[in-house]
Design a protein around this ligand. Structure first.
Ligand code: ATP
Length: 415
């Protein structure tokens, strides 16, 4: 059977991944967990998410269905934060994964869905489910069960002992930097070199101690063994759609919907301008339409790249459309426009810079007695390479494919 859970936590605490980890442990005597549990991120623009719009699913081989349902229900009731205003838990237990469930996952990671759409499909397919309060978690629970992962990464999450919840996390930063040095690029986003930060641990009151992301379970384990911290109550390795761009749709400027994420092709129409707070905006256009693209202050050093773009640069941009503008996650510069500058002419004889001959009189070389009518246009070096640039780890969205996962010369990972 395939068990899916979502929307059990609140800003105040708990975490759906923790609930799933505890549930898997409780179900061990009743069957066998097949493969790795799945940490599935859904549309990052979903309105009611607590943090990263995560849902959980795992596969259990068991012939004790009734007991499994009872334990799952009890665990959801015990470990959900029912006081959370936006906590609406959902639990789904399916006997198989069908094409309609997979299609539902694809919609949940790219679009905004209604609770009714989940309920309707669950009823039509005759899937056992329980929704609490508004039951919004049924959307994520069903999507997590249906998730197909043509591309995937791993995350190992370590959980805190209950007595530590709500207190500052004790993690030795030097050991985290060491773990990164030993295992990058098979692991990523543990630290942010450019911004000198450890980024793999939350600061909230939830049970997560830290999470190590990567492409190779061996390297993740090595990083885990290297990190010195308060004792972990438990740890779980998840298979996940994080870092795969599963939310990104191929789209066109002028044909985007709010709360959806895209890869769009166009040319810079207006260079970036900054507003108070350090947020940058530039305008991208294609033959028919224009779109504002944003690099907000938290994207830190990525903004230096955005500031260097000039009208005419040909790009692909990746990000989510919110209130009419696209929040950038990464860009691929396909062609750099020529930038011209006006320079003082050089004397054709001595090759030194000429001087002004007086207002409106052009330029002259005193030494050689040569003259020139005006300044000359010269192509200026752009001082940047084409290719992919991304926001730094401290600003990474869970679903965004980090550039460390791409290969090639024109890839500039932010580390
Ligand atoms: P955490 O990351 O701490 O687990 P969260 O950010 O995952 O929290 P949830 O508490 O799971 O947030 O709340 C997200 C809610 O949005 C869930 O009820 C989920 O079912 C719902 N949801 C997920 N995807 C969509 C979607 N595409 N459209 C509408 N609702 C969605």
């Amino acid at each position: 059977m395939f068990i899916g859970i979502d929307d059990t936590d609140s800003e105040k605490g708990l975490c759906t991944t923790y609930l799933a980890a505890v549930l898997m442990e409780r179900l061990e005597p009743y069957g066998t967990i097949i493969g790795l549990p799945r940490l599935i991120r859904l549309n990052p623009c979903a309105r009611f998410k607590t943090r990263g719009n995560a849902a959980l699913a795992f596969r259990l081989e068991s012939n004790r269905l009734d007991e499994v349902k009872e334990i799952a229900l009890k665990t959801v009731l015990e470990l959900s934060d029912f006081t959370g205003r936006n906590t609406n838990p959902g639990l789904v237990i399916a006997e198989e994964v069908t094409a309609r469930m997979t299609a539902f996952y694809r919609s949940a990671v790219t679009e905004i869905l209604e609770i009714e759409e989940a309920r309707r499909l669950l009823d039509e397919l005759g899937i056992w489910h329980r929704g609490f309060k508004k039951g919004r978690g049924l959307i994520g629970a069903l999507a997590a069960v249906g998730a197909e992962l043509p591309d995937f990464t791993y995350e190992l999450i370590a959980y805190r002992e209950r007595k530590c919840w709500g207190t500052p996390r004790v993690i030795d930063p030097a050991s985290v930097w060491k773990a990164d040095a030993l295992t990058y690029p098979q692991t990523w986003d543990t630290v942010d070199h450019h911004n000198s930060r450890v980024v793999f641990a939350p600061h909230s009151g939830d049970p997560v101690l830290f999470g190590i992301r990567g492409s190779d379970p061996g390297a993740i384990e090595e990083a885990f063994q290297t990190i010195k911290s308060e004792p972990a109550e438990r740890r779980v390795l998840y298979l996940t759609n994080q870092g795969t761009d599963a939310h990104i749709l191929a789209g066109e400027v002028g044909d985007t919907l709010d709360s959806q994420s895209y890869r769009l092709h166009g040319r810079v129409a207006e260079a970036a301008t900054a507003i108070a707070g350090g947020h940058l905006f530039f305008v991208l256009q294609n033959e028919t339409a224009r779109l504002k693209c944003a690099a907000f202050e938290p994207t830190k050093n990525f903004r230096e790249i955005v500031l260097r773009l000039i009208p005419g640069d040909e790009l692909e941009v990746y990000g989510s459309v919110r209130e009419g503008s696209l929040n950038l996650e990464k860009i691929n510069i396909l062609r750099l426009a020529e930038q011209e500058e006006m320079t003082v002419p050089l004397c054709p004889q001595c090759q030194r810079g000429m001087e002004s001959a007086g207002r409106g009189q052009g330029y002259r070389c005193r030494r050689c007695k040569t003259k020139s009518i005006g300044r000359e246009r010269k192509v200026k070096s752009r001082d940047m390479e084409k290719g992919f640039y991304e926001v730094p780890p401290c600003a990474r969205r869970h679903l965004s494919k980090p550039l460390v996962r791409l290969s090639g010369e024109l890839v500039h990972p932010s580390r």
